[in-house]
Ligand binder design. Structure first.
Ligand code: ADP
Ligand code: MG
Length: 400
């Protein structure tokens, strides 16, 4: 059942509390905010919609992990200032989250004005889903809009407490996330073939995603650290790469189930190896998967593999990508990730959905965000969605 969308909520002229996710890496310094403002940009459509509806827009977010007390380095004002620049309208940054001062400021807001409450996690009640804290923030508004997809997998006061107290709906970002990720799970014939391109650090992080997707797939394409365990399960010598001994049986089982189900499996045929896990490793070369030297580590998929993966992706109508193909943070081991991302970006008429924090980061860094159908803003939340889990922050919203 679809959840109520903001367009279906009577917001005109009202005080609207909007949960956003402005949790950007503030530890990089205030000057760096502009380089990490994707999460701010993602909420602009909802904020603009509410401004157009003459709402008093009251934004709330967490930032970092202050652990229930005030931490000056984790104040939201610098983030609010950046938002004001992006939005082109002033944003009133409040120095408190709740209390009489906040109530007064909100009472003096005019239609179309925007305010930002102080960091929700300055109060322990937020993460504990304390009813009293939820009442305090809900009391500021007439209705509630959930637009923080990245925290929908958390049952906090601002994600599940407040929607129980106010007429509520999904914001435009949450709506787009749910529709795009949902499209990958609810696959119709006209959207096939469907491929899952999977990578990242470990099989264990992705077991539930694999379980949930396997039966729907036409192609399972595996790279990254995850593929190393699969290669080992197939009997290859994987050198000094860290593999997950306790996941070898799972990998074998996935391989045999895929065969039974008629899912085509694609694993690396060549890999980039290094003699040390370091950006400046002295020895780096590309070898066939059966020639990984002892004491060397698999760091990326090889060029031939990247080309073959790209070719298989080119045969699909829908692609779900989660997990980089190599240690992409180190430039010399980022080529596999670059090649598959570039190939996906070049496809026309193909739905390309990217989930996972690191994967989204890689796509953003390559400047390919706009050339994918959807890049999720929710790292952990997007994974839980792909696992088929219920997201408490979505469940808490009323049906349409
Ligand atoms: P996501 O956040 O998109 O779900 P993960 O967190 O699972 O992705 O994986 C990202 C991490 O996987 C990156 O930090 C990357 O360096 C690491 N990684 C990818 N390939 C390898 C590899 N061959 N060896 C070690 N780490 C790898
Ligand atoms: Mg990650």
């Amino acid at each position: 059942m679809a959840k109520r969308a903001v367009s279906q909520l009577d917001v005109a002229g009202k005080r609207v509390l909007v949960r956003v996710d402005f949790n950007i890496p503030i530890e990089q310094g205030v000057e760096a905010i502009a380089s990490y403002d994707q999460r701010l940009r993602a909420t602009l459509p909802t904020i603009r919609y509410l401004i157009d509806q003459r709402c008093r827009v009251i934004l709330c977010s967490h930032l970092g992990r202050p652990g229930g007390k005030e931490v000056d380095a984790l104040r939201l004002a610098p983030v609010g200032d950046r938002l004001a620049t992006l939005l082109g309208v002033p944003v009133k940054c409040l120095s408190e989250t709740i209390g009489p001062g906040v109530e007064e400021s909100v009472a003096s807001m005019k239609p179309g004005e925007v305010a930002l409450l102080e960091n929700l996690r300055f109060h322990a009640g937020e993460e504990k889903n304390d009813p009293e804290f939820a009442h305090s923030i809900a009391g500021l508004a007439d209705c509630f809009v959930m637009d923080a997809f990245a925290v929908t997998h958390r049952a906090h006061a601002s994600t599940v407490g407040v929607p129980g107290l106010l007429p509520s709906a999904m914001g435009l970002l949450v709506q787009r996330e749910v529709e795009s990720l949902g499209q990958a799970l609810d696959i119709k014939d006209e959207n096939k073939p469907l491929a899952a391109l999977m990578g990242g650090a470990k099989v264990s992080d992705k077991i539930m995603v694999l379980e949930n997707l396997l039966g729907k797939l036409d192609h399972l394409i595996v790279g990254g650290g995850m593929s190393v365990t699969f290669l080992k399960a197939q009997g290859y010598d994987t050198g000094a790469s860290s593999i997950e001994e306790d996941r070898l049986d799972f990998a074998k089982e996935v391989l045999s189930r895929a065969t039974q189900l008629g899912v085509q499996i694609h694993l690396p045929v060549d890999v980039v190896v290094a003699d040390r896990f370091a950006a400046d490793a002295a020895g780096v070369k590309t070898v066939l998967v059966n020639q990984v030297p002892p004491d060397w580590l698999i760091m990326d998929i090889g060029e031939t593999t990247a080309r073959l993966f790209a070719e298989s992706l080119g045969q699909c109508k829908t692609i779900v990508w989660n997990g980089p193909m190599g240690v992409f943070e180190m430039p010399r081991f980022s080529q596999g990730t670059r090649t598959v991302a570039g190939a996906m970006a070049d496809l026309n008429g193909v739905t390309t959905v990217v989930g996972g924090g690191s994967t989204a980061e890689a796509v953003e860094e390559m400047g390919l965000m706009d050339r994918m159908t959807h890049v999720s803003t929710g790292g952990g939340a997007s994974l839980e969605f792909l696992e088929g889990k219920e997201l408490p922050g979505i469940t808490a919203l009323p049906d349409a």
